[in-house]
Design a protein around this ligand. Structure first.
Ligand code: CP
Ligand code: NVA
Length: 312
């Protein structure tokens, strides 16, 4: 596997080979979960710092570190007070003296960038306002299992051009898929990130389409992806967003217009009845819980990948 970076902050920093290598490794780690004793992280400690709530990310990172033979410590971000009690640089400079990995969920993307810049140990972005690369890796693994990568796929993201959308877009740009964002006017992904992904789509042979209309992209989609309309930190905009996104729900009507074998997913947590209806999320088309399961395996592969860079 070609390893290029000390950290995983965004998939835009990884090559297609590296992403595919990590997905294949994740699949192997999943298959051998209960048969091989893994000690790659033995005698090592990973620290988890979360400025925002989490179920999936926190549990899967803790489990991943433990199953790789290491030890995980959860830091209460309020106790640490990154940028308040102590500057981010000094938090990084201290942590590198004791532990071997930092997993951080922060509001500002620049916080994880600063952590990475000021310490010599790997830093993994566990979600920022801008990116959620671990989610995209779990999606990549799930797609690989369900559809394989033997042909160009059409991935349609319905909803807000947010952190999850940015990371799915980055993944698709690297893998040469066709990616469409269907969103209300004004909720498109950040133009700077779009531009960066466009360069990757050009190289990989995939495409990026932005539209405010469900048709015709949903009719030709292989996968529909959605996420909450109001992300963590945007709660004051919730009522406005409910109105603005009202025509962008993924429901049975959406599915009736799609291909019969359409797959639907969501990063979770879902707001059932808002961006997605329960009958869709609980249907046979839904791969959302498979994707949640794959967070564990994808993140193990990310850790193994980063350790091989840092030890090599
Ligand atoms: N999808 C995801 O990251 O879930 P959590 O916010 O619960 O970690
Ligand atoms: N876009 C959502 C993703 C949660 C996993 C948020 O940032 O709240």
């Amino acid at each position: 596997m070609t390893v290029q970076k000390k950290d995983l902050l965004t998939l835009l920093d990884s090559s297609a080979d590296e992403i595919i290598g990590m997905i294949k490794l994740a699949k192997e780690l999943k298959e051998e979960r209960y048969t091989i004793k893994n000690s790659i992280f033995s005698q090592k400690t990973g620290v988890l710092i979360f400025e925002k709530p989490s179920l999936r990310t926190r549990i899967t990172f803790e489990t991943a570190i433990n199953e790789l033979g290491g030890h995980a410590i959860n830091l209460e971000s309020q106790m640490v007070g990154m940028g308040k009690r102590e500057c981010v640089e000094d938090v990084a400079r201290n942590l590198e003296r004791w532990v071997h990995l930092i997993v951080a969920r922060t509001y500002s993307h620049s916080t994880v960038e600063q952590l990475a810049r000021y310490c010599s140990i790997p830093v993994i972005n566990a979600l920022t306002d801008t990116f959620h690369p671990c989610q995209a890796m779990a999606f990549g693994l799930t797609l690989y299992e369900k559809l394989s990568f033997d042909k160009k796929r059409n991935v349609v993201f319905i909803g807000d051009g947010n952190n999850v959308c940015n990371s799915i877009m980055a993944l698709c740009s690297k893998l040469g898929f066709n990616f469409t964002v269907v969103c209300p006017k004004g909720y498109e992904p950040d133009p700077v990130i779009q531009k960066r992904c466009q360069e990757e789509f050009k190289k990989s042979g995939g495409s990026l389409t932005l539209t405010n209309q469900m048709s015709p992209s949903i009719e030709t989609a292989d996968v529909l992806y959605t996420d909450v309309w109001t992300s963590m930190g945007q709660e004051s905009e919730s009522e406005k967003r409910k109105k603005d996104f009202s025509g962008f729900q993924v429901n049975m009507d959406t599915l009736s217009r799609a291909q019969p074998d359409i797959l639907v997913t969501h990063c979770l947590p879902a707001h059932r009845g808002e961006e997605i209806t329960s009958d869709v999320l609980d249907s046979d088309h839904s791969i959302a819980f498979d994707e949640a399961e794959n967070r564990l395996h994808a993140q193990k592969a990310i850790i193994v990948n980063l350790l091989s860079f840092n030890n090599g």
